[in-house]
Design a protein around this ligand. Structure first.
Ligand SMILES: NCc1[nH]cc(CCC(=O)O)c1CC(=O)O
Length: 329
């Protein structure tokens, strides 16, 4: 064997990629999928758990600060304590920080919200007066708008804590992201997946943001292998809508973008991005909805145009920040 060949066969000098994550079961499971994908692609990778204030402070997010779930992970990334940060995308503020990039949006989970109710009930079967737990203003507003006479109760804590309130009988039902349940293997608890016509999910719900430092060119290239272009286009459109409305994760704003198949003039199938959005009054007395379809490479533009349509309909007046309704999505 020549010296040349020996060098090629020898194990490559490898940098172990440190992946920063929050400590919850959901967060470590999500980050674990990124670690596994990197290892499968031939890289060395490990998880580093970062404890954030959002994990130890029980109060509503409005009081402890927007971006509380992601800020400390990002600090660890900027300080060089980790190389990669994995976030639930919807927890990231829309304002971009030029020092970091979302190098990958892995294939997204089903973005719908899910009802977890006692006795296998669906929404329409819950009697008036039923106690339904959810803190997100977006969910509260859309549930109230259904006019079912539900009694909406505040809800926080990790997924197990939330489900526990149905099991204990404290609540008749809760509404949470289906993606969270899916990731921790609890889809069996879903009694109804809420269709977007009833309940639009939070912009970027069910998607992950895999971030690294903007200067880390080699890593950006590695992480790009995990990117799913359709998931990224959808998330870009939904978050552009949120940004254009100048709203954050505490606003009663919902959006969903989906890749759909359309026919061109010659009857050929091609893919487009369909985006639906809503802005609601906090008490559900009014819900503005709009939709738009356009080419996938115009995702950002589509989201912004849709937001402007909602603004023309009066969205700004509805979604005003109001301490009374403060809570996270
Ligand atoms: N802000 C909490 C949060 N952030 C991400 C998820 C679920 C997973 C996801 O949407 O990707 C949840 C819980 C929930 O909304 O029920």
């Amino acid at each position: 064997m020549s010296a040349e060949a020996t060098r090629i066969d020898a194990p490559r000098e490898q940098r172990t990629l440190r992946i920063g994550t929050r400590g919850s079961v959901l967060a470590t499971t999500q980050a674990g999928t990124v670690r596994d994908a990197l290892i499968a692609a031939g890289h060395a990778a490990e998880l580093v758990v970062i404890t954030t204030k959002g994990d130890i402070t029980p109060g509503p997010v409005q009081r402890i600060g927007v971006g509380v779930f992601t800020a400390e992970l990002r600090e660890a990334l900027l300080a060089g304590e980790v190389d990669v940060a994995v976030h639930s995308y919807k927890d990231l503020p829309t304002k971009q920080d030029p020092r970091m990039v979302v190098a990958a949006v892995p294939p997204r989970e089903d973005p719908r919200d899910a009802l977890v109710a006692r006795d296998g009930l669906v929404l329409g079967e819950l009697p008036a007066g039923s106690k339904v737990g959810t803190s997100a203003p977006r969910r509260r507003a859309q549930l109230a708008a259904m006019g079912l006479g539900l009694q909406l109760e505040p809800l926080r804590g990790n997924i197990d804590t939330r489900i526990g309130k149905v099991d204990s009988g404290e609540l008749d039902a809760i509404v949470i992201a289906r993606a969270g349940l899916s990731r921790i293997g609890r889809l069996d608890r879903v009694t109804e997946a809420l269709e977007p016509v009833q309940m639009l999910p939070a912009p970027s719900q069910g998607a992950l943001a895999v971030e690294c430092r903007a200067e880390d060119a080699a890593l950006i290239e590695i992480l790009a292998q995990l990117d799913d272009p359709a998931s990224r286009a959808a998330v870009v459109a939904e978050r552009a809508l949120l940004a254009e409305l100048e709203a954050g994760c505490t606003a009663p704003v919902g959006a969903i973008a989906e890749v759909v198949e359309s026919l061109d003039d010659d009857g050929r199938v091609f893919e487009e991005l369909s985006v639906r959005g809503c802005a609601a009054a906090h008490d559900g007395s009014d819900v503005l909805r709009a939709s738009i379809v356009g080419s996938l490479d115009r995702a950002e533009e589509l989201g912004r145009a849709l937001a402007r349509e909602l603004l023309d309909l009066g969205a700004k007046e509805l979604i005003v920040d109001d301490e009374q309704w403060a809570a996270d999505d």
